[in-house]
Design a protein around this ligand. Structure first.
Ligand SMILES: [Ca+2]
Length: 224
């Protein structure tokens, strides 16, 4: 019984350590100073993005895409305070969440964004059609699930170009991506409660140290 208690304690210690490797950033207010936006376009388009009181609840971010005739626009919205530098061991994956609402008959393309070395990548790209507040949640996204932003009338990303989560010392930034094509039309959508968790892989040295007590516990159990 004693040995089982010990084994459980070790397991808890290992699990606790793994959790501490995750960094989470979230925003429920969307102050304009916390967000920046860059657009990727084909043809004559424009956009606006900024804080409004129409959040879920209180303040959130409102985005409008203004499309000319047969044009396309994608906007990368970057949450400035969210930044992670990849350590030895690399990045295991990213999980995202955001609330959104669109206007009737005006769907918006929505994806999760990571920025690395000045390149913009999106994942979980979907058609946001809900006219009630809806939460989009991602699974754990690995690097191959992201494709580089490449906006045209027919597509928004190139899945043959992905970020590198093993690039030690490289800084990642995070946010979300909105897009439309067609026109001429003005499309408005609203967002609130963004969060992203970056899960690092424990450094090899740390993993080895953790493995020793775990193995010791196993050996003890076996010898009984
Ligand atoms: Ca809010």
């Amino acid at each position: 019984m004693k040995s089982l208690t010990k084994t459980l304690a070790f397991a808890t210690a290992i699990a606790g350590c793994a959790v501490s490797q995750a960094q989470t950033f979230s925003d429920t207010t969307f102050n304009n100073s916390d967000w920046s936006a860059i657009s990727f376009t084909q043809g004559t388009t424009s956009f606006t993005a900024g804080q409004v009181s129409l959040g879920n609840p209180d303040t959130g971010r409102q985005v409008t895409h203004d499309l000319g005739d047969t044009t396309a626009i994608g906007v990368a919205h970057v949450f400035n305070p969210a930044s992670v530098t990849i350590g030895t061991g690399g990045m295991a994956g990213l999980t995202y969440q955001i609330d959104f609402i669109v206007q009737p008959f005006a769907p918006v393309g929505l994806g999760f964004l990571v920025v690395q070395n000045g390149r913009y990548y999106i994942s979980n790209y979907l058609a946001a059609t809900q006219t009630q507040w809806t939460t989009a949640v991602s699974d754990t996204l690995t690097e191959s699930m992201f494709g580089e932003v490449n906006v045209s009338l027919g597509s928004v990303q190139n899945m043959n170009s992905s970020p590198d989560f093993d690039l030690v010392g490289s800084t990642l930034q995070f946010g979300f991506f909105t897009a439309n094509s067609g026109g001429p039309i003005i499309i408005q959508s609203n967002y609130d409660n963004f969060s992203v968790s970056a899960e690092a892989v424990p450094e090899p040295a740390t993993m080895a140290l953790l493995a020793i007590p775990a193995l010791a516990a196993l050996r003890k159990k076996k010898s009984r």
